[in-house]
Design a protein around this ligand. Structure first.
Ligand SMILES: Nc1ncnc2c1ncn2[C@@H]1O[C@H](COP(=O)(O)OP(=O)(O)OP(=O)(O)O)[C@@H](O)[C@H]1O
Length: 606
């Protein structure tokens, strides 16, 4: 800890001497009559609830501002609304430098660091910084400059020593500093932090607040929610915004708070931490009347009477051109860049990749032993048909469940990085899909290479390729179903919903009840079943292409002629291409639906 303190003070002095992190564009945030309404209750009994009630306020630049209040006062909601993270149910006006806020421009120059540190657990500090720099700075900044910025930020935040440590192995304080460092790379002018000190010990808390104070003095507006700071910590803030029940009880300089309390006849007792006292007041421990009196005195945030006088002396910020900050940050990064950190994650997450390979080898060997040579003889055609269906189910379940189980965990990082404009959703979606192709392709090929000869399927390259291509298409479709379910449901619900969605696909696959035997009014089901086309693809690969008469090792073999079997399963011999084209079509539709669900979920979660 002493080491970190030393590094931090070193960084502080380096920042005092002037680093590239200083910013000339200052942004003051002002809000008027801000109301945030949510729906509470279930079903038809939903009722609107005003979480923020006609709030006003002014957050000057160059200041470290604390939003304080008891639990449920609306601190996080105010931060969500001001950062633009939530916009549904919000009315009122938010101004930047005196002009109506342009949310897209504002998001380019601001960042939101949420309470939980959403870091890529398998990347080291340096790798996380590199990928954040790649996203945020793009190609407009040279490699040398980028490296200088990264080193600057890391030394400023005391992270040089731990640059080769994986994020998952960092301490709570280091994780918080890394979260801040990642966002500092593109030099945001406004930073919102939700409870940055939660979970930190007192020393890390004070380091974190010192750091925020230092970066605010470089020309930034730093707004954070904080629960119950110690007296020392409290004194480090320049300004306090006190909330209770969605209303403002005080807004002004930290060192004016005690005077303000005396002015409303609620003097802070001697030797009492003012931060503790105002929280007690805001919680209603001294009566609701006092809360109302404070709201009235503070004019629900309109009054600037208790602001630091030096701030009031500032030139009118209304004269600062709002468009000044619009064009300085690079545009959101295109597709491909989002692949960088994920590629490293996939490489690092070798356990999962190894597990996928092992499962495929294991299941292929099991099926190979169980259905040994079933593809060779006419007497075992139906057994072989069972094998083909089992292979189909193996590919569907393993691919789909993998995404259902892993995707919801990625959602929180995706939401943070997407909101802070690291990359577009399209870029993310394209990269996750592309990056899985090599691993999925390898697992599929490995599985086919083992199961195909062991079960005595015809050893012809064309049939083998057809078989493997069908498997690949089914795997990719199942993955998309996994993304769809993973985007909408959490792990527990998704684990139930995923397999349930496979059941109708199985019912209409033509296995058990052949397509011709399905009642006409239910045929639409078979048209939609990707398992049907997968099964048809397999059957066409093994028994199509005018396969010669099969060996019969018994007195009578009903399916000696492969054509007879194709008739039984209601399939023409040249069905491979139409099945494959339909599978490709279903794949494209599924990918689009999964993307639609993902973007819908991201909107809903905000
Ligand atoms: N989407 C929502 N639906 C229903 N109620 C909500 C929603 N968002 C916020 N609330 C309610 O609004 C109130 C304020 O919530 P908020 O999270 O902003 O409080 P807070 O001051 O940050 O509390 P804490 O310090 O405990 O995090 C709470 O009563 C909460 O239940």
């Amino acid at each position: 800890m002493a080491q970190v303190e030393f590094e931090l003070s070193n960084s502080l002095s380096s920042s005092e001497s002037g680093t590239s992190l200083e910013t000339a564009d200052r942004i003051e945030i002002k809000f008027k009559d801000l109301t945030y309404t949510v729906s509470t209750g279930l079903g038809f009994k939903q009722e609107p609830k005003d979480v923020l009630k006609n709030l006003c306020g002014r957050f000057p630049s160059n200041q470290l501002i604390a939003i304080m209040g008891p639990s449920g006062a609306g601190k996080s909601s105010l931060l969500d609304v001001l950062s633009g993270y939530r916009s549904n149910g919000v009315t009122g006006q938010i101004l930047t430098n005196g002009h109506s806020r342009n949310i897209n421009a504002f998001r380019r120059v601001s960042c939101y660091i949420q309470q939980d540190d959403r870091l890529q657990p398998l990347l080291t500090v340096r790798e996380s910084m590199d990928s954040a720099a790649d996203f945020k700075l793009g190609h407009r900044v040279s490699k040398e400059e980028r490296s200088k910025i990264i080193e600057n930020v890391m030394s400023l935040l005391g992270l040089d020593e731990s640059q080769n440590t994986r994020s998952s192995q960092l301490s709570g304080g280091q994780k918080k500093r890394l979260s801040i460092a990642l966002e500092l790379i593109n030099n945001p002018r406004v930073m919102f932090l939700d409870e940055p000190t939660t979970g930190l010990d007192s020393q890390s808390c004070s380091q974190c607040i010192k750091l925020l104070k230092m970066i605010s003095q470089q020309g930034r507006t730093i707004i954070c929610t904080i629960h119950q700071p110690s007296a020392t910590l409290f004194q480090m803030f320049d300004q306090v915004y006190l909330l209770s029940g969605g209303q403002c009880l005080y807004q002004g300089a930290t060192d004016q708070l005690v005077n303000y309390l005396s002015s409303v006849n609620l003097p802070c007792p001697k030797y009492h931490n003012p931060a503790d006292f105002v929280i007690e007041l805001a919680s209603g421990e001294y009566g609701v009347d006092n809360i109302n009196a404070m709201v009235e005195q503070a004019q629900n945030g309109k009054s600037t009477q208790w602001f630091d006088k030096s701030y009031i002396m500032y030139p009118s910020t209304d004269s600062i051109n709002n468009s000044e900050y619009i064009d300085r940050t690079p545009p959101i990064q295109p597709a491909g860049r989002a692949a960088i950190p994920r590629a490293s994650q996939v490489k690092r997450d070798s356990t999962l990749t190894h597990l996928r390979i092992i499962v495929n080898i294991f299941v292929a060997l099991m099926l190979g032993v169980l259905f040994q040579n079933s593809g060779e003889y006419a007497s075992s055609v139906l057994i072989n048909y069972n094998l083909l269906f089992s292979i189909l189910i193996h590919h569907v379940m393993t691919s789909m469940m993998l995404n259902i189980l892993t995707f919801p965990m990625e959602m929180s990082i995706l939401i943070k990085e997407h909101f802070n404009r690291w990359y577009s959703l399209k870029a993310y979606y394209v990269s996750v899909n592309l990056l899985d192709i090599p691993v999925a392709g390898f697992c599929c090929l490995l599985f086919t290479t083992i199961v195909y000869p062991l079960t005595g399927q015809p050893m012809e390259l064309t049939r083998f390729t057809m078989f493997n291509c069908t498997s690949l298409l089914v795997v990719f479709i199942a993955q998309s179903v996994g993304y769809m379910v993973g985007a909408v449901f959490n792990v527990v619900n998704g684990t139930f919903v995923g397999p349930v969605l496979v059941v109708p696909m199985m019912m209409f696959s033509g296995f058990g009840v052949s397509i011709n035997d399905i009642p006409k009014y239910m045929r639409w089901g078979s048209e939609l079943s990707y398992l049907r086309y997968g099964l048809e693809g397999y059957v066409a690969a093994i028994y199509g292409l005018d396969r010669k008469t099969l060996q019969c090792d018994e007195l009578y073999c009903h399916y000696k002629e492969p054509k007879k079997f194709l008739q039984t399963v209601s399939q023409p011999s040249d069905n491979f291409w139409s099945s494959s084209v339909t599978l490709v079509f279903i794949l494209i539709v599924m990918k689009l639906i999964a993307y639609f669900f993902l973007s819908w979920r991201i909107k809903v979660m905000r």
